[in-house]
Design a binder for this molecule. Structure first.
Ligand code: UDX
Length: 460
């Protein structure tokens, strides 16, 4: 009867751990699996091994309630769950383009061979289209043939910093299935989400589709978001030569509801563990399938995004009155404060962070670069050990000839330009996220440069 299926999440990284914890919170009995003993021990002990607001509390509450457990045993996982979500990582391949499916393969085969009853294996990791069919073949090879184990696909759309909300209150659920049984099972596995919505007088749209579409939805959504950001950054480039202000342009076009005002923030561009990697893998896959031309524009999206990083370097040289040689500008003898190391605020994630990339470019040009970030220092030190890190914003800006704000943390947005001005050697600032109050900084005597904005002079 209406009993809820038991759920397993294989791979307790960012994705799997968040889902496991949130679905326990929705009332499901949940098991989290990982091959990494240390990670499992940490989670079982009530500690989330990454930074995500609200998750620690939910983890401890659901461990205590007995709805949530963790294991490193495939056998235990196979015995426990009716629905198994594959949430392992799909890193960028060594060739830089496609996605590496070794972890997916290991999880599916490890699980399948221990299954003793009919179960549903659901892909959730971001993968090249066609992976669900491939998993079906793997399952056919490794699961006992008489069980009738089935496969389905259900992409996730988590944003770091909002992941708990995105799981509990998603703006849609997409499932790719081949049979009525899989459809009913996956519906039951999400019933908690629909029930919660009903109690809050909301509706969560459900899209039931085929494998290929379900897989494509995820990469298509990320490709669209990346394109939107690069579109506004391309407009920033044009504004820079035409003397326009991209922040006002974005506001003006954003009032058209067909365009919308979100994800139109020009700056140093997108980074993180998803958008850059996903648009490259998507292009590679389309090429393999013979539709490379259809996604050629994503190459431009990537290039526009990367050009924003060099733009900061050029702006820095301009502000510091340094000429560019054939090898780019020479910034030796200058001291530059870089505020921000994470790819976005309220995160400790520095993967593909534009801020760190820019810090690297400035250092390579000879500047004495001092980096500070409220949450990302530990990860930044590992990712870019050659840079100099300072323990506070004040330490980073002290004696600086130029301050670059490259991640829009509230600490930086709300910083007092006069107080900061007392510490620096010269009042010059590059607002790489257009997040500062330009007139406030200008009035405090700073030479201010935004991204895609005209030079500001004080008007009386
Ligand atoms: C993204 C997608 O939003 C999410 O749906 C998907 O599941 C995973 O990838 P995330 O990587 O957490 O999520 O970050 P997001 O908030 O989307 O920001 C990505 C990058 O774009 C950040 O570096 C951010 O600074 C940048 N960005 C975002 C802009 O430069 N301008 C904008 O207007 C919006």
């Amino acid at each position: 009867g209406g009993a809820r299926p038991r759920l397993a999440f294989l791979g307790t990284g960012y994705l799997g751990a968040t889902y496991a914890i949130c679905f326990a919170e929705l009332g499901y009995e949940v098991l989290g699996f990982d091959v990494d003993e240390a990670k499992i021990a940490k989670l079982a002990g009530g500690a989330v091994p990454f930074h995500e607001p609200g998750l620690d509390e939910l983890l401890r509450r659901n461990l205590a309630a007995g709805r949530l457990r963790f294991t490193t045993s495939y056998k235990e996982t196979a015995d426990f769950a009716d629905v198994h979500f594959i949430c392992v990582g799909t890193p960028q391949r060594a060739d830089g383009m496609g996605a590496d499916l070794v972890y997916v393969e290991a999880a599916v085969t490890g699980l399948a061979q221990h299954l003793t009853r009919k179960a549903l294996i659901v892909g959730k990791s971001t993968v090249p289209v066609g992976t669900a069919e491939w998993i079906e073949q793997l399952v056919g090879k490794h699961a006992p043939a008489d069980l009738g184990v089935e496969v389905a696909w259900s992409p996730e759309f988590l944003q770091e910093g909002f992941a708990v909300e995105d799981v509990l209150r998603p703006n849609r659920i997409v499932i790719g299935v081949k049979t009525e049984w899989a459809n009913a099972m996956l519906y039951a596995a999400h019933k908690g989400v629909f029930d919660l919505a009903a109690t809050e007088d909301r509706e969560v749209p459900l899209v039931v589709t085929d494998f290929a579409t379900a897989e494509l939805v995820k990469v298509a959504a990320n490709a669209f978001l990346a394109t939107k950001i690069s579109f506004i950054n391309a407009m920033a480039e044009v504004c820079e030569v035409a003397g326009g202000d991209v922040t006002q342009l974005a506001r003006a076009i954003g009032y058209d509801p067909r365009i919308g005002n979100r994800f139109l923030q020009a700056g140093v561009g997108f980074g993180g563990g998803c958008l850059p990697k996903d648009i490259r893998a998507f292009q590679a896959r389309a090429q393999e399938l013979g539709a490379g031309e259809a996604l050629r524009f994503l190459h431009e999206v990537d290039l526009i995004n990367l050009r924003r990083r060099t733009r900061v370097l050029t702006l820095a040289a301009e502000l510091l009155d340094r000429r560019s040689g054939p090898a780019g500008p020479d910034l030796s003898g200058t001291r530059i404060a870089v505020l921000g190391a994470t790819f976005k605020p309220n995160s400790d994630d520095v993967r593909d962070a534009p801020s760190l990339a820019v810090a690297g470019l400035l250092a390579k040009a000879g500047a004495d670069v001092r980096v500070y970030d409220p949450e990302g220092m530990e990860n930044a030190r590992i990712a870019q050990p050659d840079l100099t890190y300072e323990p506070s914003m004040a330490d980073a800006v002290r004696g600086a000839d130029l301050v670059c704000v490259l991640t829009e943390w509230a600490d930086f947005r709300n910083a007092d330009p006069n107080a900061i001005g007392e510490l620096v050697a010269a009042r010059r600032v590059i607002d790489g996220r257009n997040c500062l109050d330009a007139s406030l900084w200008t009035h405090a005597g700073w030479e201010y440069r935004g991204m895609g904005r005209p030079e500001r002079t004080i008007r009386h």
